[in-house]
Each structure stands twice: as structure tokens, then as C-alpha cells.
Ligand binder design. Structure first.
Ligand SMILES: [Zn+2]
Length: 72
């Protein structure tokens, strides 16, 4: 029977258990379907302010651009 050569230290044991935790709760790579910027899943995109195709936050810069476009 294979026997471990050294006793696993509490630190190493903790790292092993935390590794599973970090794997479970690591942020998934997610990019906004509207603008393609990296954002967190299930949250409003910080760069364009949309979530599930709906616009929730309108930024002042975008509003100014929109008004400029209509004036021209
Ligand atoms: Zn976006």
C-alpha cells in the first residue's frame, strides 16, 4: 500500500481545500454581447450599461453624442 512520505501540514491541507473553493467561485470569463467589453455575468455592463439587451444606465457622454447626431 502506498503511504505518504511526509505528514500533510495544516497549511498545505488548507491550500488544497481552498483550491477547490477558488475553482468553484472563480469569476467566469464573460464579455458583453452588446459591446464586447469584459464584465461580470448577471450584472449590468459597466461600459455600455446594458443587461439582457435592455439599456439600464445611460452615460452622459453617449447622450451628448446622440444629441449631436440628431442636430446634424
Ligand atoms: Zn457592454
Amino acid at each position: 500500500m502506498a503511504v505518504p512520505k511526509k505528514k500533510t501540514s495544516p497549511s498545505r491541507r488548507g491550500l488544497r481545500r481552498a483550491g477547490q473553493h477558488h475553482k468553484l467561485y472563480a469569476a467566469q470569463p464573460y464579455s458583453c454581447p452588446n459591446c464586447g467589453a469584459h464584465s461580470l455575468p448577471h450584472t449590468i455592463c459597466p461600459s455600455c450599461g446594458t443587461y439582457k439587451g435592455k439599456e439600464f444606465i445611460t452615460f452622459k457622454a453617449e447622450e451628448e453624442e446622440a444629441t449631436e447626431a440628431t442636430e446634424e
